[in-house]
Design a binder for this molecule. Sequence first.
Ligand SMILES: Nc1nc2c(c(=O)[nH]1)N[C@H]1C(S)=C(S)[C@@H](COP(=O)(O)O)O[C@H]1N2
Ligand SMILES: [Mo]
Length: 160
Amino acid sequence: MMQEIEIEHFLTAPARMTPEAMASLAGASFRIAERVPEADGEAFDWHSWYEAWIALNKLEAGEALPTHLLVEAADTFQASIPWEQLQRAALVHALNGAPLKKGGPVRLYVPDGSSKCLNVKSIVKLSLVRLHEPDQLDASYGFKHTFTPADLRINKPAKG
Ligand SMILES: Nc1nc2c(c(=O)[nH]1)N[C@H]1C(S)=C(S)[C@@H](COP(=O)(O)O)O[C@H]1N2
Ligand SMILES: [Mo]
């Protein structure tokens, strides 16, 4: 079964889309090498997708404008990207007409991004958010800290 990407926007209910559905909503596909020479695969433009998605959800572009895109990957890597850095961003969804084997179901490239580390692979969730705290405004990335209930019990200081 085709893997779905979770999509959240601060004004809508969470939704899910396959890479194919996202690409067809965005319209035109192009070779990612046109924007990132060393990269390979078929991509669609982030803003083409976003504008079509806004229309589909009957949102008014102005009031729906996010400040950041939060990207979460299958390996718990995640990135928070300021909207202005997404100018030429694109999502790779296929390689030679087939779903991505490596870095799939979709991989983000951010040619205008402040770091190559923002090129998140194996995306499972995209959240379109509004962030306002000064310490949240810059781009950031890294592995999410995840603690199981068992870890928390072990790490809890002993009473005494
Ligand atoms: N899912 C996921 N995406 C990721 C990473 C990761 O660890 N997991 N590393 C990031 C970092 S730190 C870099 S520098 C680039 C490396 O991309 P490359 O393997 O195409 O060189 O991928 C980014 N995307
Ligand atoms: Mo990196």
